[in-house]
Design a protein around this ligand. Structure first.
Ligand SMILES: *Cc1c(COP(=O)(O)O)cnc(C)c1O
Length: 467
C-alpha cells in the first residue's frame, strides 16, 4: 500500500512533462491546451494503474514511458474516423459504406468550391442575390421532362417537405402494400405524421384496386401517394394501381398525385443488360404532380433528395420554410451538378459514373481479375488457407431492385482451423479493412466492386507503430 503511495509520489507533474524536450516538439505544432490535456490524461491512467495494482512494482515508470503513452494518444487522435475500406460485400450501393462513389468530375467540383468563395447565391449578371439551385433545376428539367425541380438533403427530406407542402392537415391516401420501411428510421407512416398529414390506408397488403382509392377520397384528401416498394416485392396473387391510373383518379377528383421513387433511374438501365428500374422521366410523363428520388442511389451522385414536378407545386415546395432547413450545401450542389452534367452530356454514362460502371462490368473482366486474385491471395495467405473462385450474384443495394441479382464472381477463402466468422474478422481488421460476406458458413469476397487484385490482400498492422 505504502509502496503504491511512494510510486504515486514519484510520478512527474504535468508541468515537468510539458518542459520535456519531446513535448517541445509537439508544442511547436499543437495547441498547448491539447498537449496539456493529453499529458494529464496519461498521468491519470498511470495513477489508476498503480492504485489498482495493474502496474507491478517492477514496472518501469519514468517520464519517457509516460510520454510514449502521450505520443500514442496524439497519433491515434490524428486518425480520421472515416477511413477508406474495401467493399467486397457484393452490394454495390451499400448504405453503411457510404453508397455511391463519385465521378472524378464531381470530386473536382467539390474541391473547387470548398476552397474559395463562389457565386452560390449570387447572380453575377444582375449583381444581386441569386438562387443556389438554378443550374440543378435546369439540368433536372432537361433530364426528366418535368416543369420544375429542386434538391434537398436526402430523399427522406424530399418526401417530408413534399408531403408537408401538398397535404399538411390533410389526408394522404396510400396503398397498404406500399407502407414501407427503408432501413432504420425511414418509415412511410412516420414520415407522413411528421409532415402534418393523416395517413389513409387503402387496399390490402397484396392487392389494391382503383376503387379503393376512389372510395377513400373525401373533402379532406390532400394527396394520393405512391411509394416504390424498394426493398421487397409482393409476388403471387397481387395487384397495385399503376401510376397513370392513379393520375386519372387524382385528376377526376382534383387531388394531386405524388410518387416516392426511392432510387429512380435517369437512363434506361435495361439497355446495359441490367434489370429495369423505373425511369424518372417516364413517371413524369405519366402525369405525376411530384416525383422524389435519391441522389446517391442509382444516380451515382452525392447524398441528396431530388424533387421534380409541376411548376405550381415546386414553387410552393421551395417557398415552404422547411426548405431552408433541408437545403443542400455548396459541396453537394457542386457534386450533384457535375454528376447531372454527365447524364446530360456523356456519350456513355456507364464509363463515367462509377456506380453504373461497377453495375455493368462484364463477367469476363471480373473473371480475369479473379484469376489474378486467386494467385496473389493464395501466396499472401500461405498454406493454412484455401482460396478459389466461383459464381455468385451481387446486388445493387440501397433498395434498388432488391429481388434482381446480377451475376458475379466471388473469391472463397476457407480454412480448416478457422471459422468463416473468424476469417471475416481477420480481413476486417486489416488496414484498410476488407469487407466480404458470409454465405452458408463460407467467407466470400465479391469481385464486382474490386478494381485491383492487390486490394484484396490484407495488410495487418501492429498498433502503436508509426508508419
Ligand atoms: C431509399 C429510399 C428513401 C430514402 O432515401 P434517402 O436518400 O436514403 O433519404 C425513401 N423512399 C424510398 C422508396 C427509398 O427507396
Amino acid at each position: 500500500m505504502s509502496e503504491a503511495r511512494t510510486r504515486l509520489r514519484e510520478l512527474p507533474s504535468v508541468d515537468r512533462l510539458l518542459t520535456h524536450p519531446r513535448t517541445g516538439v509537439w508544442l511547436a505544432r499543437l495547441s498547448r491546451e491539447y498537449v496539456t490535456r493529453c499529458c494529464r490524461d496519461a498521468l491519470e491512467r498511470f495513477r489508476a494503474a498503480i492504485a489498482s495494482g495493474e502496474l507491478t512494482p517492477e514496472a518501469q515508470i519514468d517520464d519517457d514511458s509516460i510520454l510514449a503513452h502521450v505520443e500514442r494518444r496524439i497519433e491515434s487522435d490524428r486518425e480520421p474516423s472515416l477511413r477508406p475500406v474495401i467493399n467486397a460485400t457484393g452490394t454495390v450501393l451499400h448504405t453503411n459504406l457510404g453508397r455511391a462513389m463519385l465521378a472524378p468530375s464531381a470530386i473536382e467540383a467539390i474541391c473547387l468550391v470548398a476552397s474559395r468563395p463562389v457565386n452560390l447565391e449570387y447572380d453575377l449578371e444582375k449583381g444581386g442575390r441569386g438562387k443556389r439551385e438554378t443550374m440543378i433545376e435546369r439540368l433536372l428539367v432537361w433530364l426528366t421532362g418535368a416543369e420544375a425541380a429542386t434538391c434537398v438533403n436526402n430523399n427522406a427530406a424530399a418526401v417530408l417537405i413534399a408531403v408537408n407542402t401538398l397535404a399538411n392537415d390533410k389526408e394522404v391516401v396510400v396503398s397498404r402494400g406500399e407502407l414501407v420501411e427503408i432501413g432504420g428510421a425511414f418509415r412511410i407512416p412516420d414520415i407522413l405524421a411528421k409532415s402534418g398529414a393523416t395517413l389513409r390506408e387503402v387496399g390490402t397488403t397484396n392487392r389494391t384496386h382503383p376503387g379503393d382509392y376512389e372510395r377513400a377520397i373525401g373533402p379532406n384528401t390532400g394527396l394520393l401517394l405512391k411509394v416504390h416498394a424498394s426493398n421487397y416485392r409482393i409476388v403471387g396473387f397481387s395487384a397495385d394501381v399503376p401510376l397513370n391510373d392513379l393520375v386519372d383518379i387524382g385528376r377526376r377528383h382534383n387531388v394531386p398525385v405524388m410518387e416516392d421513387l426511392g432510387s429512380g433511374a435517369l437512363v434506361d438501365l435495361s439497355q446495359y443488360g441490367l434489370p429495369k428500374e423505373p425511369l424518372v422521366s417516364q413517371r413524369v410523363a405519366c402525369g405525376a404532380d411530384v416525383v422524389t428520388f435519391s441522389g446517391d442511389k442509382l444516380l451515382g451522385g452525392p447524398q441528396a433528395g431530388l424533387v421534380v414536378g409541376t411548376r405550381r407545386w415546386l414553387t410552393q415546395i421551395r417557398q415552404n420554410s422547411l426548405h431552408r432547413a433541408v437545403r443542400c450545401d455548396k459541396l453537394t450542389i457542386a457534386a450533384l451538378e457535375a454528376t447531372l452534367r454527365l447524364y446530360q452530356q456523356s456519350s456513355d454514362v456507364t464509363r463515367q459514373i462509377p456506380t453504373l460502371q461497377l453495375l455493368t462490368r462484364s463477367l469476363t473482366e471480373i473473371e480475369r481479375l479473379g484469376a489474378n486474385v486467386v494467385t496473389i491471395l493464395s501466396r499472401a495467405l500461405g498454406p493454412g488457407y484455401r482460396v478459389s473462385m466461383e459464381d455468385a450474384t451481387s446486388q445493387i443495394g440501397s433498395g434498388a431492385l432488391p429481388t434482381e441479382d446480377i451475376p458475379t464472381k466471388v473469391i472463397t477463402v476457407d480454412s480448416d482451423v478457422m471459422s468463416a466468422e473468424r476469417i471475416a474478422e481477420r480481413f476486417r481488421t486489416a488496414r484498410p479493412a476488407i469487407l466480404g460476406r458470409i454465405n452458408n458458413g463460407r467467407f466470400l469476397l465479391d469481385l464486382r466492386t474490386i478494381s485491383n487484385a492487390d486490394e484484396l490482400v490484407p495488410r495487418w498492422h501492429t498498433t502503436g507503430q508509426a508508419s
